[in-house]
Design a protein around this ligand. Structure first.
Ligand code: PEP
Length: 244
């Protein structure tokens, strides 16, 4: 299976910047052996999807509501993302878990809504620094997988240690190898043979200088990239490392 290189643009960029970034990514996207995805802020999804239509770059959202529609002021339904040209959605990102109190149960409901609307979910899991210092990283991530992924699950898991997100601190290749092997074991324990085929992305300060080493770790099926996805050249350099 090709690696998936996914950019999480978070809450960055006005319309002109988002569109310029999409054009920059599209300009270098042909001929790569990985899958490419960008997840702009929801308000830019339609325009970015239009720019990227006909290119190898897919578009996704950064969140969706768990209900299919209804009185939910300020929220976005999975079907709306799909209608705007999205085919993926990031769910349970640690910033949503921490800033919006999202629980595993809520993330699981969102995964069901996304799947029903035809979106492929990327479900984020990962321990905090306190969990890691306390030796609880596998316990926490095991619970997040059990609680956030419905059965059956047709999507991707992203392992994102919270202490490595946006901090410049990257997990070592040994940390990543250990956690991805653990996540693979958990997926197989919880989903049987289907767990072998679930892609596991690594996310947390991935950049051109460390991408090749991280992407070569066993059980790493791609990267979820925040900061470095805001520069087309850096994002494409990571995509090239994934295609090598
Ligand atoms: C992220 O937020 O998903 C992420 C991995 O961010 P960064 O690459 O900036 O650490």
């Amino acid at each position: 299976m090709p690696q998936l290189i996914a950019g999480n643009w978070k809450m960055h960029g006005l319309a002109a910047e988002a569109q310029a970034l999409a054009r920059g990514v599209a300009a270098g996207a042909t001929g790569l052996a990985c899958e490419l995805l960008v997840c702009p802020p929801a308000i830019h999804v339609a325009a970015v999807a239009q720019i990227l239509s006909g290119t190898p770059v897919a578009v996704g959202g950064q969140d969706c509501h768990q209900a299919l529609q209804g009185a939910h002021t300020g929220d976005i339904a999975a079907a709306m993302l799909r209608d705007a040209g999205g085919s993926w959605v990031i769910l349970g990102h640690s910033e949503r878990r921490h800033n919006h109190g999202e629980t595993d149960e809520l993330v699981r409901e969102k995964v069901l809504a996304a799947t029903e609307a035809g979106l492929t979910p990327i479900v984020c899991v990962g321990e905090t620094e306190d969990h890691r210092v306390g030796g609880q990283e596998t316990e926490i991530v095991g619970w997040q997988i059990a609680g956030s992924l419905p059965k059956p699950f047709t999507g991707v898991v992203a392992y994102e240690p919270v202490w490595a997100i946006g901090t410049g601190k990257t997990a070592t290749e040994q940390d990543v190898a250990m956690m991805h092997a653990f996540i693979r074991e958990e997926l197989v324990r919880q989903f049987g043979d289907a767990g072998q085929g679930i892609r596991i992305l690594y996310g947390g300060s991935m950049r051109p200088a460390n991408a090749a080493a991280l992407l070569a770790v066993p059980n790493v099926g791609g990267g979820l990239i925040g900061g470095a996805s805001l520069k087309a050249g850096d994002f494409l350099a990571i995509a090239k490392a994934a295609s090598a």
